[in-house]
Design a protein around this ligand. Structure first.
Ligand SMILES: Cc1cc2nc3c(=O)[nH]c(=O)nc-3n(C[C@H](O)[C@H](O)[C@H](O)COP(=O)(O)O)c2cc1C
Length: 208
């Protein structure tokens, strides 16, 4: 049975392109593996708290107070979802040239020294090994090439963060030009949908 964790992070509810594409991916996987187990962590609809001095103490140190214990419990449950996943799907809208702050907060809660990464004499080592990761990015503009490529603070940051945690088998699928008119948006979503189908097919073939 395939375990899939979907981390959705749009503030746009049912109208979200990235969340909609993530749902399509889940449908495609389920067509090939009806028993696939899916956990949806929608941090766009249900944002996680930003870190505070209290929660940093809880996540990085030893929790003592009630608030610290609650923060540690929340982080533990988010990490457990991640550790249990064979496939991690991250649906990431671009907001102000980067990932959404809700998605960044999720990373802040799951990046834990000694748990999801560790420091060694050779430098940091990610501990989340052997998983496939799919990042679905949605953007109004076009950053894959051309004059705005340098403005993309989303994909490079996601790549670094995922690699830091050991998630180094990453596929990026982009729905871009969503604000370039209805035809461009439709074409972008169709292209991303096709790429999702290929990803699902390849992933299920490897798992078989
Ligand atoms: C607050 C906000 C900031 C945005 N900033 C950017 C941006 O910097 N670059 C861009 O190309 N699109 C930007 N957009 C457009 C979104 O990336 C686009 O609408 C995308 O579809 C959002 O993903 P979603 O549909 O999954 O919510 C922004 C949208 C919002 C709401």
């Amino acid at each position: 049975m395939t375990n899939i964790l979907v981390v959705a992070s749009s503030a746009n509810g049912d109208a979200s392109v990235s969340s909609g594409l993530a749902a399509t991916l889940v449908d495609r996987v389920r067509e090939g593996d009806p028993a696939a187990h899916v956990v949806l962590r929608d941090v766009g609809a249900n944002p996680l708290p930003h870190l505070t001095s209290e929660t940093v103490a809880a996540i990085k140190g030893e929790p003592v107070t009630e608030a610290e214990l609650a923060a540690r419990a929340l982080s533990d449950s988010l990490v457990a979802e991640l550790q249990a996943a064979d496939i991690v799907v991250i649906a990431s809208p671009m907001y102000n040239f980067g990932m959404s702050s809700t998605l960044k907060a999720w990373f802040d809660h799951v990046a834990r020294a000694g748990v999801t990464f560790r420091y060694t004499a050779e430098g940091p080592e990610g501990l989340l090994k052997g998983k496939k990761t799919l990042v679905i990015e949605s953007r109004a503009g076009f950053y894959s090439d051309g004059p705005a490529a340098n403005f993309d603070g989303q994909e490079p940051h996601l790549r670094v963060l995922l690699g830091f945690l050991g998630l180094d088998d990453v596929t990026f699928i982009r729905a871009e030009k969503l604000a370039f008119g209805p035809e461009a948006a439709e074409a972008a979503i169709a292209e991303a949908t096709e790429a999702l189908g290929l990803f699902a097919g390849e992933t299920l073939k490897l798992a078989a």
